[in-house]
Design a protein around this ligand. Sequence first.
Ligand code: AMP
Length: 288
Amino acid sequence: MIQIHTAKDIQNLMKNYRKEGKTIGFVPTMGFLHEGHMSLVEKARKDNDIVVMSIFVNPMQFGPGEDYEAYPRDIERDRQLAADGGVDVLFTPEPEEMYGQEPTVTASVKKRTAVLCGRSREGHFDGVATVLTKLFNLTSPTRVYFGMKDAQQVAVVDGLINDFFMDIELIPVETKREEDGLAKSSRNVNLRAEERQEAPALYQALQRGAELIRAGERDPEAVKREVRSILGKTSGVIDYAEIYSYPDLEMREPLTGKVIIAVAVQFSKARLIDNIIVDIPADQKEDL
Ligand code: AMP
């Protein structure tokens, strides 16, 4: 595995791979790698000649008072995991490398951000879209891999790629979970022991919501009430528990088509998010 720190070096290397006709799978991360990240790598390896991973805790996507400083980091361990997982090129720039000068242009996301994490984390997705535009330009990917744990991010990246005519295929990858259902996340290490016991409630609440919809419930409020009542049993504070169409993230009542139930719960030192997508078959009557 080659590790690269500078924008110029990665751009040159990747351009050469493309000239040689190689396909490139790109997995952007903020590090502190776990099996969720590695499932993206595994998929990228199957689909492409070269797998490139970036590890960059992007300051622009953290708001004031968020956990930029406290975000867990362990680059030595990450390097080993990446190499063992079959990453060919690891890009680990410093913030100065990515944001050296006062910016001339930044990305501003217009849709799919007024709700969920976009609402509670102002400017978050502008930061995501800006850094991804930079990273995509540096890595010339054929395909990019994103986890559905961050389903709103997938929806935003879909918009970015389509609106800017980027010649990149977006591959969403399903959420990897612990045995008790908790979505794997770098932030899970910041849960207190009691909170870790409670955290599977997020997925339990989502499953219950999905079950209601599958059983014919089409009133989003009824589903949200049930989801919130399960989340409310934890010591965390519910940031949101919502249902929208996916990927447009619009309110739909009664529920139809592809919908997402998404939740965020703030524990003492970790904010956890999770979601589930339910496809409501067109032939199923809405008013069952
Ligand atoms: P992060 O390092 O948290 O920015 O995540 C980097 C990528 O890994 C994003 O595309 C995430 O959606 C994805 N990811 C994070 N956790 C999981 C998980 N539990 N399962 C699948 N993908 C994940």
